[in-house]
Design a protein around this ligand. Sequence first.
Ligand SMILES: Cc1ncc(COP(=O)(O)O)c(C=O)c1O
Length: 387
Amino acid sequence: MSYLAKNYNRKKIAFKYGKGSYLFSTNGKKYLDFCSGIAVTALGHSHPKLVKTINTQSKKLWHVSNAFQIPEGENLAKKLCQKTFADYVIFQNSGAEATEAAIKVARRYFYSIGKPNKTRILCIKNSFHGRTLATIFASGSKKMTEGFGYVGGFDHFDFGDHKSLKKKITKNTAAIMIETVLGEGGIKVIPDWCLKELRKICDKKKILLILDEVQSGVGRSGDFFAFEKSNVKPDIVPIAKGIGGGFPIGAVLMNKKVASGMTPGTHGSTFGGNPLAMAVGNTVMDIVSTKKFLNNVKKSSKYFFSKLNKLKEKYPSIIKEIRGKGLLIGIQLYKDQATFIKKLMENKLLTIRAAENVIRILPPLNVKKREIDIALKIISKVCNQLK
Ligand SMILES: Cc1ncc(COP(=O)(O)O)c(C=O)c1O
């Protein structure tokens, strides 16, 4: 009997420890972990530098209130701003908190410039921005909002429907918020030309652009941010997952203009930005933000994609499409993916589902070529079994 509420449909397996790209179960089996806690353990399990950081910092200081200066947080914020479009950062503890804070920043900006009615956020229908009350209504998914009352302030357009997007912008729209790559929604990449158009529309309508990089950010795409190649500068970017490498950290990055609304007392978090979390974030940042590391992610991605596309050619009745960017990869099947994922797991490869019959492949960003080869062999074997 479990005393945990039944809000998850958990697989009957538990893990004792993890090392690099591998997880070791309590019943003595070794799994290749290409789920990475859903794009969280970006450096794999028990990365020696992260273990050292957490050991060292835990002996010094875990937590102080944000009523005081926190040098570790100052340091991480500086690194994030120097690496990206951002001028300011607010730290949180999760992705949903970061996206919700992004919404607050957008609304508060318009309030601060005397436009308090500009509060509405325009999002893609059936996207994913988290599980708090506001973010489920931002996501616009019936399944996620059913039974949870109503939180207003969000409008929606269908993915790819640019006409409806333009129509849905009203005088009360504050921002467009989209995932640069729709993760839960089936690894759907927003093309660079589209991001450019979005920026143009936002500029024309004098509204803000929020790019949710909770899943696609922090190196996952092969660049630090998935929107980087488009040269588009968003106003606000929530991040989480990878930046903590497994330690809960969220953050909202913003430009100077919108940050002007966030005066003392407008937002806060007891835990957000505490010294222990920030120490870990600094170490992750130092590793993932280097050109060498990101080039390696690109190299692994290129190799993985080329091999997966070969598998698609070999099994055209099973694999419909290979999608994604960097090491945020989706294998879209013609049929429901549950059996396929189960068989991958029986063969000791862990993956996770996404919408549209997609199997999400999220290896650690420092995955080795030989580990990709093992995964490919298993995927090929399962294709062969199911053909
Ligand atoms: C794009 C995106 N935004 C927000 C979230 C919510 O993050 P968290 O589960 O840490 O609250 C997720 C989680 O999967 C996500 O993929």
